[in-house]
Write a protein that binds this ligand. Structure first.
Ligand code: IPM
Ligand code: MG
Length: 366
């Protein structure tokens, strides 16, 4: 298969974990006889240095000409936040790219393998049954894209961000979430605050309307505050969750620590034509950048997600995911998931292990 990928490594650990993820992509390319090509483009602070903007047209064009976007991370060190290079860098890059390509649905899978529950901050009896949930977060509505205002009311400073949803926005993400649930354990939890907010009342109603076309999926409503509690108390009961932008941002991060580290998770953002961007939700981690110790697994799993969802290559995707799982079971640990046992390895060594495993599995089976 021939496919072209826009590679936007960004800032901080972005560059070094992307390098590792591309090594895995090249391995899959070789093992399965595909022809993947890549074009690198700048985003975030890295783009600002060259173009004076965080998401330049040059980068947009590279993305436009690609079959999928592999994204690293953006953002600067805390000590340099006042510099123009880093001011609003994340919002200017990430929100702009979401808007430019109409990425309205964000998939964040959170999985804890029973064999790896020692890595979770939760007790073994809570996560021991296995946690496998998929957050489907709406990305283009809510207070992120409603009217923003900062001003004065008499002598008082005031500010507001309008949380707005239209029914078509809700219906689109709900439809995506129902389809995802159909392909999994057929349960969907719709998260909102319909006991208070009008936007949530509309959310609840429209999700139920869309649900009529998916009678095989069990739909439950859950208030966001209760949901926050349940994610910690009993995460194994969730399958797919569909959430408005803001609640999705917060709860998907809360859930992301359950497997043990943000460095273990991938995410994908889709538009209505199924064009997608794949990014680790973990951020640029400037404090450990350049040391070769960052966990490359999140970025590597982004490659797996891209192969599965954008290119329909599920065998290749599963091979990467299984290799990651085996290497973790084998006790290999980057610093973020090292708990005093097993082998402490850097980004490159972790990737070497994953590549070696993937290659040996395929050689054995062929
Ligand atoms: C995320 C991030 C972004 C968001 C920020 C950086 C704009 O937190 O992708 O979850 O809030 O959506
Ligand atoms: Mg976030």
């Amino acid at each position: 298969m021939q496919r072209h990928i826009a590679v936007l490594a960004g800032d901080g650990i972005g560059e070094e974990v992307m390098e590792q993820a591309l090594r895995v992509l090249a391995t899959i390319d070789d093992l399965f006889g595909h022809t993947f090509s890549t074009t690198k483009a700048l985003v975030g602070g890295a783009a600002y240095d060259t173009y004076g903007t965080h998401f330049p047209d040059e980068t947009k064009n590279v993305c436009r000409n690609a079959d999928a976007i592999l994204f690293g991370s953006v953002g600067g060190p805390v000590s340099e936040m006042q510099l123009d290079k880093w001011k609003n860098c994340e919002a200017n890059s990430i929100l702009a790219i979401r808007k430019a390509f109409g990425f309205n649905a964000n998939f964040r899978p959170v999985k804890i393998y029973p064999d790896l529950c020692e890595l979770s901050p939760l007790k073994e009896d809570v996560v021991g049954r296995g946690v496998d949930m998929l957050f489907v977060r709406e990305l283009l509505g809510d207070c992120y894209f409603g009217e923003h205002m900062s001003g004065m009311e008499g002598s008082l400073r005031v500010a507001s961000d309008v949380s707005r949803y239209s029914e078509d926005q809700i219906a689109a993400v709900a439809d995506t979430a129902f389809k995802a649930a159909q392909a999994r354990r057929k349960k969907l939890t719709s998260v909102h605050k319909a006991n208070v907010l009008d936007a949530s009342k509309l959310w609840r109603t429209v999700v139920h309307e869309v649900g009529i076309s998916y009678p095989d999926v069990e739909l439950e409503d859950m208030l966001v505050d209760n949901c926050a509690m349940q994610i910690i108390k009993d995460p194994s009961k969730f399958d797919v969750l569909v959430l408005p932008n803001m609640f999705g941002d917060i709860l998907s991060d809360a859930a992301a620590v359950l497997p043990g580290s943000l460095g273990l998770l991938a995410s994908a953002s889709f538009n209505k034509d199924n064009f997608a961007l794949y990014e680790p939700p973990g951020g640029s981690a400037q404090d450990i950048a350049g040391k070769g110790i960052a966990n490359p697994i999140a970025q590597i799993l982004c490659v797996a997600m891209m192969l599965r969802y954008s290119f329909g290559l599920s065998e290749e995707a599963s091979l990467i995911e299984k290799s990651v799982e085996t290497v973790l079971k084998g006790g290999f640990r980057t610093k973020d998931i090292y708990r005093g046992k097993g082998s402490l390895v850097g980004s490159r060594e972790m990737t070497d292990q994953i590549i070696t495993h993937a290659s040996s599995v395929l050689c054995k089976s062929s």
